[in-house]
Every structure is written in C-alpha cells, then in structure tokens.
Design a binder for this molecule. Structure first.
Ligand code: SF4
Length: 334
C-alpha cells in the first residue's frame, strides 16, 4: 500500500483549524498537529484559542506536538518587526513564529506542507492577503502554507502546482461570517463547534495597557512579570516600582507564589483583605503607601489606623497606617 503523504497542521483548538484538518484528511493526507503555547495564550484561558487542545487532537485522530514559545516570544514582543494590532498583539510576527515552529516539525516528520485554519479577511491584522504573504516570507515557507478554507481564493501553492492538492478541493471562505464553517462542521460531524476565539490576552485592551506599561519600564521582562500582569490591580509608583494588589483569595495565593526575594508582600494583620506585592528599586520609600493601599482594600474600618504585616525575604515586620482615600492613590492605577 502506498504510504499516505504527511501534512502538519497548526492546531488552535478553534473551529477553523479543525475544519482545515478534516479537509486534508478527506483528501487522503495523514495530518499531524502542532499547537503553540505562548505566555499570553495558555490553552486554559477559555477564550477560544487553544482551549482543550488535547481533546481536540484526539477527536480529530491526529498526533499532537505542543511547542512553548516563552523567552523568544517575549524578546519578539519588545520590537515586533510588523508592529502591533489594536492592543499589544503582534499578530504577524506571532504567526510567523508559530509557522516556524510548525516548519521544524514538518522537516522532522518529512511532511509535504503545512496547513492552518486561517480565513482570508477574518482578522484585521494578520489575515488579509498581503499579511498572509508576509507571514509566509518571514517564516521562510513561501509556497508551503496551505489555508484550506480559503485556498481557492489565494495564489496556488507548491502542493497545488505539484498536483498533490486540487483547487476544486479547497474552500472559498472569506470574511468574518461563520455561516460556511458551521455548515461544514455539520457535514464533518463536528459536534458543539466552539465559538469564535477572541485572540490571545494581547488583544485585550485592559491587559494591553498593563503589558505596554511593563515593556516600557522593564528592559527584560520575565515570565514571572507576565504572570503577574494577568492578575490583581496594578499601580505604578515610579519608573521602576509598582504594586500589585490581589482581588480575591486565588489571586492572593498566586501573588504569594510569584513573589521574588527582592519583592515585599503586604497583608492586613487583623482583617480579611488582599495580599499586595511591591516590586522595583527603592522599595522602602513606598512601604507606607503600599500598606495604606493594601489596607484600603481590606475589611479594616476606613477611618482608623490598623496594622499591616510586611514580609520581605522571610523577615516579617508590621506597620500601622490609616487606609488611604481614593483620591490619593488612584492616580497610580495602571
Ligand atoms: S491574537 Fe495573539 S496568539 Fe493570535 S496571532 Fe495575534 S498575537 Fe498571536
């Protein structure tokens, strides 16, 4: 029996990439999937992208390789060659990195080409025709990326020129409507098709403001800095120093787990309230202000002084402060 030709799919867990896989399987290809994780899209955020990726791959009957783009992704985010979208989303550079990771797998398993669920004109930054071309160029995959859902509207790729795929078997989907995809989902027996993914955290306007603030003030942000961005209320005191205040029990626990040796943690001593983390340079200068903000979000009475416990490098101390009033600290809110 002739061996099936192999194809690598960038699998996001959304409907479009599932359909792309199904289309290639229908045409007799053996599909293997690569799913990309970044610090801003961790498969569990529930925003649609990459959600339940393992289950998705199993349902499609494809092998799955997960690739984590961590430090190199943060490095790219400092100066993305093709800029940002409406938030801090560097979609073109991001997609190029994802395809590069897919290319590595393609070479490892001897696949013919790579597919994705991209749809022409669906996303403003990365899915118009010139952007699709730029992504191919940046990932050195010119002619090797097939977008089965819109393939019949795009220039012929190498596999089409070589006769491995036919134009008639490619889709003509364009734009943001999901009507056609939902129809195809039915035909392919995909039950409960996922809602359209909203993009990663970097497309979120509030998160983007925090992320921009971080990249403006910290030369080399770490994964720890980014994990902190995902939780709490944030206050910037100066170029180097900021305070993060937990909003609930879970966030308080995460803040404690992210505290580094040089950070200072604050917590109201005799009242239920948040954990706050102070990070930066001249931290002693901001002890009192941080304690007063921490107390402001606790159950402590607003008019009286109360104790705030301070923890730094496993040394504990206390400070007595009056909860700060809103006009005195909201200016620092990021
Ligand atoms: S939305 Fe986020 S994960 Fe998706 S391409 Fe843009 S930057 Fe990358």
């Amino acid at each position: 029996m002739e061996e099936k030709k192999k194809v690598v799919a960038l699998l996001s867990g959304g409907l479009d990439s599932r359909l792309a896989v199904k289309m290639m399987q229908k045409q007799g290809f053996e599909v293997e999937a690569v799913a990309i994780k970044t610090p801003f899209c961790d498969f569990d955020c529930g925003r649609g992208c990459g959600f339940e990726i393992r289950e998705t791959a199993d349902n499609l009957g494809v092998k799955l390789k997960t690739v984590y783009l961590g430090d190199e992704y943060i490095e790219m985010l400092k100066h993305p060659k093709h800029g940002f979208g409406s938030g801090m989303n560097p979609c073109i550079d991001c997609r190029a990195m994802m395809f590069e990771a897919g290319k590595k797998h393609m070479q490892e398993i001897g696949a013919e080409f790579i597919i994705s669920g991209e749809v022409l004109g669906q996303r403003p930054m990365s899915q118009h025709a010139p952007a699709l071309k730029t992504i191919e160029k940046e990932s050195s995959l010119e002619g090797k990326i097939v977008r089965p859902l819109s393939g019949a509207l795009l220039p012929a790729t190498d596999p089409e020129l070589k006769g491995l795929i036919k134009r008639d078997d490619l889709g003509r989907i364009r734009g943001r409507s999901r009507k056609e995809q939902l129809k195809m989902a039915k035909e392919f027996g995909i039950e409960n098709p996922p809602n359209a993914g909203g993009g990663c955290l970097l497309t979120d306007p509030k998160f983007s403001i925090r992320a921009k603030d971080l990249f403006k003030h910290v030369k080399n942000p770490t994964i720890n800095d980014i994990e902190l961005l995902k939780i709490g209320r944030h206050y910037r005191f100066d170029e180097k120093t900021k305070l993060v205040v937990g909003r609930n029990k879970d966030e308080n626990a995460v803040i404690k787990s992210l505290a580094l040796n040089d950070d200072i943690l604050f917590e109201a001593k005799d009242y239920v309230g948040p954990v706050a983390l102070l990070r930066g340079n001249d931290l002693q200068n901001y002890r009192e202000l941080s304690a007063a903000i921490t107390l402001r979000y606790s159950d402590a009475p607003k008019e009286n002084a109360a104790l705030v416990a301070i923890n730094k490098e496993r040394t504990n101390s206390e400070i007595s402060v009056i909860p700060i009033n809103d006009s005195a600290y909201l200016q620092y809110r990021i």
